[in-house]
Design a protein around this ligand. Sequence first.
Ligand code: I3P
Length: 103
Amino acid sequence: IQAFLERKHVLIGGKRAPNRQWKVCYTVLCGQLLCFFKNKDDFGASKALSAPIGLHNSMCTVADDYHKRKYTFRLVNVDGSEYLFSCSTESEMVDWVEKISFR
Ligand code: I3P
């Protein structure tokens, strides 16, 4: 699964992330990693935008307590980092949550 998603870094190691801006990322689920690129061409060229997120022991759920955006899911990692991802449609969000959870 791969698509443009908006990403917000909420926590780093359990602490408030300094840069909390939403950022558009071409996001690719690749095995145990969630990888980020500027666009599809950069994905093709393996030119990453930022470090991937390791999904081993991570938890992915619909962020139904976040009301500022629709179709947002949350990814919480064992290392205490937390991210929000905003999708375009509900079905897209459900698809990401299922694929990340049952990868
Ligand atoms: C952040 C930006 C985010 C916002 C975040 C702000 O400010 O406006 O959109 O998250 O709020 O800190 P800046 O652009 O100056 O980095 P939300 O969209 O979720 O409100 P937060 O600090 O309450 O997470």
